[in-house]
Design a binder for this molecule. Structure first.
Ligand code: 6R9
Length: 660
């Protein structure tokens, strides 16, 4: 990456010290970095003591056959026991595990650890009755209701790897995943709530079961939660109501302990091309990695904190930081079913106020949306309980970081920008709130026990002040073990690029600033080449978002005869800039182009800027730039099945047609 393209973010020089009281009482102190560097395996073995093992391991790490890792070899453990039973046995049965907040107003449930133990045991008994055995795969296609957590833990309890498919995905997407991992049971609901309306799930499952059969996979049973009460088609030989089975089952269940490397779950994530990749996570190492990082990164004080991660459970963040990390740490947490704007745009802040949330974890896309709606909305609520704020999913622009810190964190709360992936299972790069000072836009440095570097094409570390590819240099406990059924693709995708060095290739661009701290620059496939200059989409997007009228921006490189690629930007304006109508005056567009020129340089000045009402995003908040590229290059728009809202592209195309 050329120095010129790196200069913009490097000029961000605001710094925030950790609050003194938090620093004094921090779970993890500076010394952890040096200690873990000195003996990484001993460090992770120490973290593994956080959990209850039926049998301890004989060997911390087996890396004899890279890239196939085994962690805590010979250990025996049960993930559900660690997330539930042991807290009850330790006398915390009455502690609230989940404050569940449904989308319809006043639809709430309070679930203690003792309640959860009963529910998980019932579901485990039912799954066994339905013929699910250790090693069988179970697909879960549910809205954000407590049963989704219960279902996951019940699977873990009986050693049946789950594969959770986001409830917004199509019947096709579900069928492909069911067929790929040969799931014989699907757990679903009649429907769910979204923005006050009822939407159906069961018809998609019926369709997916038929499609999976065409692909050679027979689904024996469909277990259905009644959430909305809507009409559903029913197949008596296959479909089973949750309330007729799980809720009637015994609340006693003796769990078995499994090998540390027993598969825990498969999570599908889209590849750059071709079919989705089934990321395989196993039990012992994954639980150690998520439990430790959840405690360290959020400085968790389990007795007093109220934690809330807004992620959907259909995304890895919902697995690691709503289910396995937090519950293994015996937290009290909020789980919310709905969207941030239903029934009003202050719903999230109202929930923070009502439940006294202390740790809040969300995505930059949500933060930018709130910026667009305006600071007066959160200002109406008491957010003084909040003490740590987290961000995940995309690079957080400095402007969004500062807004988050000031508006939600009252200018006193540290923001931890956490970099990780479905593949890494656990947070890898992040500040520690009591140790690291905050730099808006930087994920700072690898956590204790984690090895990360920024390297050039030849795999050599780049000097401070330069950019390159992000790699992970050492195996870590929650690392993916392979791609389900495809060891070759696993090796090829992650380990071939820097095979000589044995590095894991993350697919992200990054740079080191003059202090050696890390700045993530987005996927390397998002890097543009304009007249031979490599420009990062993140950087131009950050420049646009730093303009006071811009709420959110997405940048793509569109084919251009003259320059190879040209910068095309899609911009959402802040509500305050929209006065009196949507038409974007040419002067504003020119102003934005000049702004980018001033911030980065003439080379980055967008050829085209379109003012749009929405951007196409996946459920985890990642902008699908590939679809915007189709628009910029005047092509038919490609596959939209993984969009959270598939109508967005129609809105954007309409804008384009109108010549905006
Ligand atoms: C947890 C999750 C992984 C990709 C990753 C990167 C981007 C995630 C980020 C970030 C910059 C952060 N990403 N967190 N980029 N800063 N704090 O998002 O997993 O859905 O697999 O996505 O997301 O590009 O490679 P996943």
């Amino acid at each position: 990456m050329s120095d010129q393209t790196l200069s913009n973010l490097l000029q961000e020089n605001r710094r925030f010290e950790p609050p003194a009281d938090l620093a004094a009482d921090a779970n993890v102190k500076e010394e952890a970095y040096a200690r873990s560097d000195a003996d990484r395996e001993a460090f992770w073995a120490e973290q593994a003591e956080r959990l209850d093992w039926d049998q301890k391991w004989d060997r911390v790490l087996d890396w004899d056959n890279p890239p196939f890792a085994k962690w805590f070899v010979g250990g025996r453990i049960n993930a559900a026991y660690n997330c539930v039973d042991r807290h009850v046995l330790a006398g915390r049965g009455d502690k609230v595990a989940i404050h569940w907040v449904g989308e319809p107003a006043n639809d709430t449930r309070t679930i203690t650890y003792a309640d959860l133990l009963g529910m998980v045991s019932q579901a485990a008994n039912t799954l066994t009755d339905l013929g699910v055995q250790k090693g069988d795969r179970v697909a879960i296609y549910l809205p954000m209701i407590p049963e989704v957590v219960v279902a996951m833990l019940a699977c873990a309890r009986i050693g049946a790897p789950h594969t959770v498919v986001f409830g917004g995905f199509s019947a096709d997407a579900l069928a492909n995943r069911v067929a790929d991992c040969e799931a014989k049971v699907i757990i679903t609901a009649d429907g769910g709530y979204r923005r006050g309306a009822v939407s159906a799930l069961k018809p998609a499952v019926d369709e997916a079961v038929a499609k999976a059969a065409e692909l050679g996979q027979r689904v024996d049973k469909v277990l259905v939660v009644r959430r909305t009460g809507q009409e559903v088609d029913w197949d008596d030989s296959r479909d089973v109501w949750w309330h007729d089975s799980v809720e009637q089952a015994s609340t006693e269940h003796d769990c078995e302990f499994f090998d540390s490397e027993h598969p825990l779950y498969v999570m599908y994530t889209s590849g750059t091309t071709g079919k989705p990749k089934g990321i395989l996570h196993t039990t012992g190492g994954y639980l150690v990695g998520t439990s430790y990082t959840h405690w360290a990164v959020f400085d968790l004080k389990a007795d007093t904190d109220v934690y809330w991660c807004t992620a959907d459970v259909g995304w890895v963040t919902g697995h690691s930081y709503m289910v396995y990390g937090p519950l293994s740490n015996a937290v009290t947490q909020v789980v919310y079913e709905g969207t941030p704007d239903s029934p009003h745009k202050g719903r999230w802040w109202e929930i923070i106020q009502d439940y006294g949330v202390t740790i809040f974890y969300t995505a930059p896309t949500a933060i930018r949306t709130f910026m667009k709606w305006g600071s007066d909305i959160p200002a109406k609520f008491d957010l003084s309980s909040v003490r740590v704020l987290g961000s995940v999913g995309e690079p957080i622009n400095p402007e969004a970081y500062v807004w988050y810190r000031e508006t939600i964190g009252g200018s006193r709360v540290p923001v931890v920008d956490t970099w990780w992936q479905t593949e890494t299972g656990q947070i890898m790069i992040s500040p520690l709130p009591g140790v690291t000072h905050g730099k808006p836009g930087s994920a700072m440095r690898p956590l204790p026990g984690v090895g990360a570097e920024v390297v050039n094409d030849d795999g050599e570390p780049v000097p401070n002040g330069s950019g390159g590819f992000l790699v992970l240099t050492k195996p870590w406990p929650a690392m993916l073990r392979t791609l389900w059924g495809d060891d070759e693709r696993f090796k090829e995708t992650y380990w071939a690029r820097f095979a000589d060095q044995g590095f894991y290739f993350a697919g992200d661009g990054a740079k080191k600033d003059d202090d050696g701290d890390l700045w993530l620059l987005g996927r390397v496939d998002d890097v543009m080449n304009v007249s031979g200059h490599r420009l990062s989409t993140t950087e131009i997007e950050s420049a646009l978002v730093s303009h006071p009228k811009v709420a959110e921006a997405a940048v793509v490189g569109a084919a251009d005869e003259m320059t190879g690629q040209a910068v095309c930007a899609f911009v959402i304006l802040r509500e305050s800039a929209l006065e009196g109508g949507e038409a974007a005056p040419d002067e504003l567009i020119e102003e934005l182009r000049k702004h980018v020129q001033k911030e980065i340089g003439a080379i980055a000045k967008p050829r085209q800027i379109m003012i749009v009402p929405e951007l196409p995003k996946t459920r985890s908040g990642k902008i699908m730039r590939r679809l915007l590229k189709d628009v910029a290059e005047h092509r038919e728009v490609g596959d939209v099945t993984t969009l959270a809202d598939s109508t967005v592209m129609d809105l954007i195309k309409k804008k384009e047609g109108a010549g905006a």
